[in-house]
Design a protein around this ligand. Structure first.
Ligand code: DGJ
Length: 735
């Protein structure tokens, strides 16, 4: 510290950096959006600390008055609030970065060099803060991409050095945040197959709470890379300070929440350093994935609207574009189909009224036919027995029936019973001296190997190139990585290189096929993150398609992901009326996975009408602001509202989620949100089953003020287990 002081000095607010020949006035570095600010401070020793993460101050000059860390003790306590905590020197807390230099020195210090803020595009700025070790040619750049209108910050870091040989990185966080509050309540989302993203809220206590994954590929099976931190009180939907964050990374991740001795909260987020020491060559940049976060002073509701809007406008391909309704055959046929059966299903898809037919698992493999999940993965040739005329024929037949054709793939995986495994055992992730370990009877291909990347790319590119009108790809991923070891790339960082390999394949595919809709699937929702959603238009939240379960699952994903990307399929799971199944699926990107020919005439007619209604309502559901009016976690009736940006239209879904006696009846009215208080609205019930009469009087007019202050009872009951209401400004066309 004193050595640094003697090398660099301050002159009335002007920091002189003699070795770099730079003179720059530094004090605070504000990273601002319309309503929030993250403020860094360069202290007298040129360490960079976080002094604010919260509401933006109206007077920029006030940032200089932020107290920062008020109680500094002797020793290392000034590093508690480090913007990127280095390991091995004076910090004794969880590090953001840890490196061993070529000379064996295991320490780092990072001091400010300079920063710059530049526009990226309208409403988006990038602030880069350059840090350097005074003793070593080792640098870190902190990147903060701020999205003004959405109040979202995307933060990542770049590590590089020019030492003589490779150095070892043991920690490499994307972000190191610092928050000050009386108490911190952490909500995280965990589960397993068919019970994804169950929320749990915990008050953080002294010490460290770690959320992570070590599964490799189907990495989010048990823990999703997303969290909400509520300051001072348990999270509320409409009030209170909340930080919601999610890591854009489809592999192992780690969030460490550490309460420091002063009861401030340090957050370290990034790729999981577990079994991932990285040897970084001189001159090479090591980029971490981004932590995407938003701060809301109006509870979790505003936080999720910020993230959803950001995702639609800035992240998900065609986030403001169209989506196709579809009929998927997985739950309807499983592996049991052939050409005539499929051609019949295309006609049924047309009768139903969807845009596309999606052929799921089971269409490939010849020496090892994929007639169950024990064989065939890796052999991506159409099975000659089931599909003698190949995929091209199916595309043509579907189109002749009046629907587009889409197809399922799982190109990262291999069954030991496959030609691919026999031909390229070295392409498989496994340990040479351990028995093969399978998950769903399959293993993971080594995507750190460029030859495997080419193969995976070729599988999907081949399908799209040979069938230029192929309308949809469902990309599945069902196994975790066991026996993590790459025979061609035996370095320790397979977990990191795997995901990078996957992204490079997806990057190349998207460059060649920018428009094709692609569904992200991982045996349900075990890979839903904004790293993968750079490339995918939508995701499969869960294999659990029971509507009573989906109400919860969809609700929980909605904290981070928009409805347009959330695939909700109407299936035969559970014994529920078609209306209930449809009302639940409609609150997102609707699809079907049923045997259309088995529908009663009434259910078929209802579904045909529902698809037309959906077509009319989808702009509001997909692009509107989502308000969770009542949570299914602690109410008999859960309710969710989508409001158009102009506030002139809304769609309101209410579901009965309790089977207790009289549940749902005698409820107080539900207050709407997001409408214009001074405008007049009409409300009508839609998706009525045949013969059903609505108790909602559609001739009445309500002010927005009334609907938001007093509310309305949607009249959910044991006889009306789901209710969909359309809200429109009085005088709107079609009313
Ligand atoms: C898991 C997916 O989540 C399902 O939708 C289905 O595609 C199966 N895999 C097929 O094996």
């Amino acid at each position: 510290m004193y050595l640094i002081r003697s090398t660099f000095y301050w002159l009335s607010g002007l920091l002189i950096l003699p070795s770099l020949g730079i003179a720059q006035t530094v004090s605070e570095i504000p990273i601002e959006t319309a309503r929030t600010a993250m403020v860094l401070r360069v202290d007298a020793d040129r360490h960079v600390t976080t002094v604010h993460l919260g509401k933006r101050l109206t007077q920029a000059a006030d940032y200089a008055r932020l107290p920062g860390n008020p109680r500094l003790y002797e020793g290392y306590s000034d590093l508690y609030s480090s913007a990127y905590t280095p390991a091995g020197s004076r910090s004794l807390l969880e590090p953001a970065v840890q490196a061993t230099h070529v000379d064996g020195n295991p320490s780092l210090d990072l001091v400010y060099v300079r920063h710059e803020t530049k526009p990226v595009r309208d409403g988006v700025t990038l602030t880069d803060v350059y840090l350097k070790d005074p003793q070593y040619p080792f640098e870190v750049t902190l990147h903060y991409q701020a999205y003004r209108n959405e109040d979202v910050i995307e933060q990542w870091s770049t590590i590089r050095h020019t030492e003589k040989k490779a150095i070892r990185l043991a920690h490499f966080a994307s972000a190191n945040l610092y928050l000050t509050a009386k108490d911190y309540y952490l909500t995280h989302f965990h589960g397993t197959h068919a019970s994804e993203v169950r929320p749990e809220e915990t008050k953080l206590t002294a010490g460290m709470k770690v959320l992570d994954s070590k599964l490799g590929t189907r990495a989010q099976l048990f823990q999703a890379p997303m969290f909400m931190l509520s300051m001072n009180q348990p999270a509320q939907e409409e009030t209170g300070d909340v930080l919601a964050g999610t890591l854009a990374w489809s592999g192992n991740f780690q969030f460490a929440f550490e309460l420091d001795p002063q009861h401030n909260l340090r957050l370290l987020a990034g790729m999981n350093p577990f079994a991932s020491d990285y040897s970084l060559e001189p001159g090479k940049a090591f980029d971490t994935p981004a932590l995407i976060y938003t701060f809301s002073n109006q509870g979790t509701g505003l936080a999720s609207r910020n993230l959803q809007r950001w995702a639609r406008k800035h992240r998900i391909p065609q986030g403001e574009g169209n989506r196709l309704t579809l009929l998927n055959n997985w739950e309807a046929t499983y592996f049991d189909f052939d050409e005539p059966k499929l051609v019949g299903l295309f006609k049924e898809a047309k009768t139903l009224g969807v845009d596309l037919f999606l052929l799921d698992d089971g269409w490939f493999g010849n020496n090892h036919p994929r007639n169950d999940d024990f064989a065939g993965l890796g052999d991506w040739q159409a099975n000659k027995k089931k599909l003698p005329h190949g995929i091209g024929y199916l595309v043509k037949e579907a189109e002749a029936a009046g629907v587009k054709f889409g197809i399922w793939v799982e190109p990262e995986m291999v069954n030991p019973k496959s030609d691919l495994y026999q031909k390229h055992p070295d392409w498989v992730i496994k340990l040479p001296n351990r028995p093969d370990a399978v998950f769903r009877h399959q293993q993971v291909l080594d995507l750190s190997n460029p030859a495997v990347q080419n193969f995976v790319y070729g599988v999907v590119d081949g399908l799209l190139t040979e069938n230029p009108t192929l309308g949809y790809i469902k990309w599945d991923c069902n196994a975790v990585i066991y026996n993590a070891y790459s025979s061609v790339n035996p370095a320790d960082h397979l977990y990191v290189d795997y995901v990078r390999g996957l992204y490079s394949v997806l990057e190349k595919l998207r460059a060649k096929h920018p428009a094709v809709p692609m569904m992200l699937c991982s045996g349900g929702g075990a890979r839903v993150d904004y790293g993968a959603l750079n490339y995918f238009t939508e995701f499969w939240p869960s294999d659990n398609t029971s509507p009573t379960e989906r109400i919860f699952i969809q609700h929980n994903y909605s904290y981070f992901f928009p409805a347009i990307a959330t695939c909700n399929h109407i299936t035969a799971w559970g014994d529920f009326p078609m209306k209930f199944r449809t009302d639940v699926a409609m609150a997102g990107k609707m699809g079907y996975d049923i045997v259309v020919s088995k529908l009663s005439p009434a259910d078929l007619a209802f579904s045909q009408q529902a698809l037309k209604t959906y077509d009319r309502l989808k702009p509001v559901i997909w692009q509107g602001d989502q308000y969770r009016l009542q949570s299914p976690q602690n109410n008999d009736v859960s309710a969710m509202l989508f409001v158009s940006e102009k506030g002139d239209r809304a769609v309101w879904f209410s579901y009965l989620v309790s089977t207790r006696y009289k549940a749902g009846t005698d409820q107080p009215p539900i207050r709407l949100k997001g409408l214009q208080a001074d405008r007049q609205y009409k409300i009508r019930e839609i998706n009525l089953a045949a013969g059903q009469k609505s108790p909602i009087n559609s001739s009445l007019t309500y002010s927005g003020d009334f609907l938001m202050t007093v509310g309305l009872d949607p009249a959910v009951s044991g006889q009306r287990t789901s209710v969909v209401l359309e809200v429109a400004e009085a005088g709107s066309a079609g009313w």
